[in-house]
Design a protein around this ligand. Structure first.
Ligand code: FDA
Length: 504
């Protein structure tokens, strides 16, 4: 057996990984977490840990020569992006042929870069998506546990109604209601009290200073402040950063041998390591966990993996779109970067849509109403292993997103009609484009629960090998996914600790 031995290894430090590490640590299992990104706690030359959205620097992006912001243009001009030095920054955009996927890199995974929207899915849809999971148990026990440990909270409604910072959301609500559409408040892990103090000027601004996708310097309770802090607090969990797992092999004695590459922040390889463990948990995210298993199956290091690995992937029906408002309907120069309201038309049988009202924190009046629509798109993509590059490639075509675009369009056509407004065509690149259908924030699937794994994330064909993250969810969950990923991981690890670890 090669290298260092540890009882349990967790790959990644996102939601599924963090839940697993905390519960393993509490159970007394020495656990090593391997994270390819950095620990984000050191201030840069400007005194901040993260660079802002308006003037991003190298800290913003994972080894890019130019930032790749989702809203790439304004009046077709590429104003949002900057040339940068390649660096181990916090946000990655993984560009497949016809779909790009945003993911977080660092201790906390997606929690470092996401909007913090913490939504428990509608129970009926959860049951439709994961019919073999006991929904009663999820809604009575694991969703509440996830919400509590993530520290999910709600905005003070009276503040929402009067603050300038959410005028953009109130304008969109009014316009939706003219089309007969209702809205709902969206809970968040951002500390709403902190945001109110940002507004009254008593603390440094983060959400109110246009910080989000490249990290929040204040206010957001990312995983490093919740699950991972508690995991380290058990005294049983350690985290190695800038360590990327490359290969997984099962040895004759049943243990797993990992090869791991340690890099510096500029991408230079410092060391190649071998680590052996008894229990291995994959929490590298939908893309990361799927790629690791696909590579292992195709190169023969885990030959018994089944043909379901790589299948059932979807972008959670993500479509961004924007509307142009009339001159008499400004959306405000002040916009909190943390969304607080969504248009809820999920019960519409023809085109279920949950559309979050997103800010356009440009610092000037744009008359733009921006949305992230989550739709129900039955299309699925498949990952295939590309030998030449040793990477997973995503088979997904632009046309597969047509059902999602059509659903979003049917909702926003109604809103435009009721308000005599039109779409904005200038925000998503150089061509005329009203719907951003070529990127997503919510990659889901690739190692689907009950198919690539058993009903608790145990990988089919192997003992003591688990998937813990968004790869388990088959492509769609109808709301922003991290609360579901967290709750499912809580359910699975409880069972695994009881049956596979404490008992053995
Ligand atoms: P996650 O992707 O969080 O973590 C995987 C980790 O593994 C990463 O840290 C990665 O660096 C690491 N890793 C990958 N491969 C590795 C390897 N080979 N070796 C070592 N480490 C490796 N969701 C939501 O519910 N509400 C929201 O508001 C938003 N908003 C949002 C905005 C933006 C900009 C993004 C990019 C995403 C969101 N999301 C979101 C989505 C949400 O962040 C996402 O669903 C979860 O982070 C997924 O959690 P996982 O546990 O699956 O992996």
């Amino acid at each position: 057996a090669g290298g260092t031995f540890v009882p349990a290894v967790v790959i990644g430090t996102g939601y599924g990984a963090a839940v697993s590490a905390l519960r393993l640590g509490e159970a007394g299992v020495p656990t090593l977490m391997l994270e390819m990104g950095q620990l984000w706690n050191q201030p840069g030359p400007d005194g901040n840990v993260y660079s802002g959205m308006l003037k991003p620097d190298k800290r913003s992006s994972w080894f890019k020569t130019r930032t790749e912001a989702p809203l790439g243009s304004f009046l077709w001009l590429d104003l949002a992006n900057r040339d940068i030095e390649p660096y181990a920054g916090v946000l990655d955009r993984v560009n497949f042929d016809q779909m790009s996927v945003y993911v977080g890199r660092g201790v906390g995974g997606g929690s470092l870069v996401n909007g913090g929207m913490a939504v428990t899915p509608r129970r009926s849809y959860f049951e439709e998506v994961l019919p073999r999971v006991d929904a009663a148990e999820m809604y009575d026990r694991y969703f509440p546990r996830a919400n509590k440990t993530l520290r999910v909270g709600n905005i003070d409604k009276s503040w929402f109604e009067q603050t300038d910072w959410y005028k953009f959301a109130r304008v969109s609500r009014e316009q939706a209601s003219k089309a007969g559409l209702g809205t709902t408040f969206v809970p968040n892990v951002y500390d709403w009290d902190y945001m109110r103090r940002e507004a009254d000027g008593s603390v440094p601004k983060s959400a109110l200073a246009a910080e989000v996708i490249y990290g929040n310097n204040h206010g957001k309770v990312s995983l490093d402040k919740s699950y991972l802090a508690s995991a380290l607090g058990t005294g049983k969990v350690t985290i190695e950063t800038l360590h990327e797992v490359k290969t997984i092999r099962q040895q004759k004695d049943g243990t797993y041998l990992l090869t791991v590459e340690q890099k510096n922040v500029d991408g230079k390889v410092l060391a190649s390591k071998e680590i052996t463990c008894k229990h291995l948990f994959l929490g590298a995210g939908s893309l990361g966990s799927t790629e690791l298993l696909l590579r292992a199956r195709e190169t023969g290091t885990l030959p018994n993996l089944n043909s379901e690995i790589g299948t059932g992937w979807g972008p959670n029906g993500n479509i961004m779109t924007a509307r142009a408002n009339h001159m008499w309907n400004p959306t405000g120069t002040k916009q909190s970067s943390i969304p607080a309201l969504g248009i809820d038309d999920w019960d519409n049988p023809d085109a279920p849509v949950f559309a979050e009202i997103a800010p356009m924190p440009a610092g000037l009046e744009t008359w733009v109403s921006l949305y992230l629509a989550i739709t129900k798109n039955p299309e699925r993509g498949t990952f295939v292993y590309d030998k030449a590059t040793d990477r997973a490639k995503l088979r997904w075509t632009r046309e597969q997103n047509a059902p999602a675009v059509n659903a979003a369009k049917s909702l926003f056509d109604r809103i435009n009609k009721a308000n005599t407004t039109i779409y904005r065509y200038d925000l998503f690149g150089k061509q005329l484009k009203a719907f951003a259908d070529d990127f997503c924030y919510h990659p889901l699937g690739g190692c689907v629960l009950g198919k690539a794994t058993d009903d608790y994330g145990r990988v089919a064909g192997y003992k003591n090998l688990y998937v813990t993250d968004g790869a388990l969810i088959p492509g769609s969950i109808g709301v922003n996914p991290f609360v579901t990923i967290t709750a499912l991981a809580e359910r699975n690890i409880e069972r695994v600790i009881k049956q596979d670890i404490t008992a053995s």
